[in-house]
Design a protein around this ligand. Structure first.
Ligand SMILES: [Zn+2]
Length: 140
């Protein structure tokens, strides 16, 4: 199960709505406890993809900075988020082709007409090739 605090949920919604009709993306910080993941912070990234209306790419410099901060006691990188402008909160074919790390949570925000419509969580399947749905709960 993924537990998402209200603050990062609000931050993801605001970022995804502000970037509409482009895809917004960012990194998720928190802790892992076995199969449970607690997301306590969402850090917005620039979307550096060539076609930001159809793809996302997180700034590698941001990731590096957060990894350094994590070693000094900051939150661990437990996943990332991105939005689907006028799309569904489901992994796209592009997303399936873009799985590189099996242990990161994917949060996908559907933004319809500029407003957050749905938020869902997924984990890459161990064998590769697809995603499993994961229950997402908002709370502390
Ligand atoms: Zn996507």
């Amino acid at each position: 199960m993924i537990l998402l605090s209200p603050e990062p949920r609000a931050a993801i919604a605001a970022h995804a709505e502000a970037e509409f009709p482009n895809e917004a993306c960012g990194l998720l910080l928190g802790q892992r406890d076995g199969a449970e993941v607690f997301i306590t912070e969402a850090v917005a990234s620039a979307n550096i993809a060539d076609e930001p209306r159809r793809r996302f790419e997180i700034d590698p410099g941001l990731r590096l900075r957060l990894q350094k901060a994590a070693r000094k006691g900051g939150g661990q990188i437990v996943g990332h988020y991105h939005s689907h402008p006028n799309g569904a909160a489901r992994p796209s074919e592009t997303d399936r082709a873009g799985i590189f790390e099996a242990d990161l949570v994917w949060l996908i925000a559907a933004v319809v007409n500029g407003r957050l419509a749905n938020l869902a969580a997924f984990l890459p399947q161990a064998g590769g090739g697809g995603f499993d749905d994961v229950a997402l709960r908002i709370g502390h």
